[in-house]
Design a protein around this ligand. Structure first.
Ligand code: SF4
Length: 454
């Protein structure tokens, strides 16, 4: 498929080929699914909504419920106000959500629909809510859309009553339900009382009960979002996905925040544990210390196989930075580090990691695409690729082992249940990386070198 990727580079200013991102509404829809009894609503054409739902459903292997304003030519000319009004009435009447979370699409943004005014004009039933966020896809990425939606839930709903509730807010960033469960497990182990926003665990990894549930058990409740204003502190994971929400809660309700990296790897998980400990003022339980010690032991054992191996990592900025630091902890060289989401902070954060670990000759790029990543690999090869499914063509074309981690992973199962965060997540990632490298060593070994113990 990628036979036409040329090794020689040329300047491209207005063209992306195989971008390492998708559109803003996909992220907004994912954030909305992390709110209990919420109907995500795509204000645009049915085609957009179908795409957003398909993208999430393929990754999570669970249906992503959502509705649409069903734009046709008329809405494109006269605006989508009446479509949204009709949609809201139908959705509340038929699907009975507690809240509708509207995000815009390219079309509604281009014609300039004023969602704020539309929602003010809608007759929202007693005890129900509507919120919205603007998600034009000609800028940002699904991470921007996710971040915007989280901030909008807070700016519409959260209030401070003046009485603190002793809780921390956990803003997990754009991670899988399995990661959210692990973040909550660690918070509970450290004795921290919390509310997580958004929380897709129990929604996009819900169990088979034999009964269709329009709104599965999981998700942050509207009451919990309202009460976020009474929290003591926000622990926000990932600058790109979570800072806007944390900043909005600080501005609106005076809740301070601690911006942490997504805790992938040892030192980032240590940071999270220290932050939890500072909040709850409890001792770190032995179980957690034991997990850390196990991960350190694993990294020592696998060091001969991972040391100095060159790796390309691509995907969402907060996740890529976490994996980058972890592979550096494993003694590997993150030769190419790329995200499709724009933002200078990504490059400076990646370069700070290269400096911290003393590695030279690595390239970091934000707003990049997989075509360019492929060109870099053709110029100077690597031992491993880590990223979402879209990297499989490069891996095949260049015959390089490939680890699926991040978003989207549409050609494998179970990944969204398994955390990458925390010491347990580190063990899993280390296992995947080492096994991929050892599989390659086995495959390439000469008959006389092929051994049971390598
Ligand atoms: S038109 Fe815009 S919002 Fe709709 S699917 Fe395409 S990029 Fe996403």
């Amino acid at each position: 498929m990628l036979d036409y990727t040329k090794k020689e580079k040329y300047d491209r200013t207005a063209l992306r080929v195989n971008p390492a991102k998708t559109c803003q509404p996909v992220g907004a829809m994912y954030a909305a699914l992390g709110v209990h009894e919420c109907m995500p609503h795509s204000h645009g054409s049915q085609g957009c909504c179908a795409f957003h739902r398909m993208f999430l459903t393929r990754h999570f292997k669970d249906p992503a419920m959502a509705s649409t304003s069903s734009f046709t030519e008329g809405a494109s000319v006269f605006g989508g106000g009446s479509n949204l009004k009709t949609a809201a009435k139908n959705i509340f009447d038929i699907y009975n959500p507690k809240i509708i979370a509207v995000h815009t699409t390219c079309l509604s943004e281009t014609i300039g629909d004023d969602l704020n005014a539309f929602i003010q004009d809608i007759d929202i039933p007693e005890g129900k809510y509507m919120v919205h966020t603007n998600t034009p896809s000609y800028k940002g990425s699904h991470i921007t859309g996710f971040s915007n939606m989280v901030a909008s839930f807070i700016s519409y709903l959260s209030v401070s009553s003046g009485n603190k509730n002793g809780k921390a807010v956990l803003m997990p960033g754009f991670v899988n339900p399995g990661d959210m469960r692990e973040l909550k497990r660690l918070a509970t182990a450290l004795g921290v009382s919390y509310t997580m926003l958004p929380d897709t665990s129990g929604v996009l990894d819900s169990p088979m009960t034999g009964k269709f549930e329009m709104y599965p058990k999981g998700g942050t409740t509207v009451e919990e979002i309202i009460a976020l204003g009474n929290s003591e502190l926000t622990l926000a994971f990932g600058k790109f996905a979570s800072e806007a929400g944390a900043e909005t809660l600080k501005k609106k309700c005076g809740v301070p925040y601690n911006l942490l990296p997504i805790p992938i790897g040892i030192s980032r998980t240590d940071e999270y544990i220290i932050a939890l400990q500072a909040f709850s003022k409890t001792e770190v339980p032995y179980d957690i210390e034991e997990e850390r010690g196990q991960l350190v032991d694993i990294l020592i054992d696998i060091h001969p196989y991972t040391y100095n191996k060159k790796v390309a990592i691509f995907g969402d900025p907060d996740t890529v930075l976490g994996i980058t630091e972890f592979v550096l902890e494993m003694g590997m060289i993150p030769k190419y580090v790329l995200t499709g989401t724009p933002g200078d902070a990504f490059v400076s954060a990646a370069e700070a990691l290269f400096t911290k670990f003393g590695v030279d000759g690595c390239i970091a790029k934000a707003g990049g695409d997989l075509y360019e990543l492929h060109q870099w690999i053709k110029e100077d090869g690597i031992d491993l690729i880590i990223g979402g499914t879209h990297g499989k063509h490069i891996a095949r074309a260049e015959d390089i082992p490939f680890i699926r981690a991040g978003f989207p992973i549409i050609d494998r199962y179970i990944h969204s249940y398994m955390p990458l965060v925390g010491y347990k997540g580190g063990m899993r990632l280390a296992e995947m990386i080492t096994n991929a490298l050892m599989d390659r060593q086995d495959r390439d070994a000469l008959e006389e070198d092929f051994e049971m113990v390598m």
